[in-house]
Design a protein around this ligand. Sequence first.
Ligand SMILES: [Cu+2]
Length: 218
Amino acid sequence: MHGPSWPAVSSTQAVALAQDWLIFTCAALSLAVLVWVLIIVAAIRFRRTDRNPEARSQRANNAPLEIVWTILPLLIVVGLFAYTYHIEAALEALAADAPVQLNVNGFRWGWTFAYAGGPTITGTSLHPPQMVLPAGRTAAITVTSSDVIHSFWVPDMLFKRDAVPGRATTFDLTPTTPGTYLGRCGEFCGLNHALMTFSVRVVSPAEYQRWRAYEATQ
Ligand SMILES: [Cu+2]
């Protein structure tokens, strides 16, 4: 289980999103460093001293410089937008025949995981349910809710999708690393919202088949 810490980045979707985040952070940090350096240089070099009693005019302008600092940020923003759009489009795409298909229903205050042709697991805030997924296989997950808006959220997989009453939303999730990951409700839904947890146990495909076979005998 992973508590509130750096996410484990344990789905293929998470890898793409973490890369996007890294690019944004690098772009923001390099601009921040550039601005900090320029502020410090300007403050020291152009400060009022005995040798330089007149403060520089605050109104002097430099047209080429102003064009550059208008166009350059515009290009950066358009570039970041295009790259994010490209990633999100890939994340939104659904595999034609996902090997694992299940419905997730959120309710106050728990979750039901209903596998196609397989077990249905219901858990409450006192007994959170566990979802089992095979590593490296795409799961098509359809979320909905039976009362208010909840949100299916697995922080380590960097994935969150609203569970809206009367609406079914399908997304693909491909876990990469075996382990047990904490899931929560990501949308405030009432008093026991914070207790509306679940877990996702990612196992090898062979172990997943054994689990399905075992559940079928129950
Ligand atoms: Cu909820």
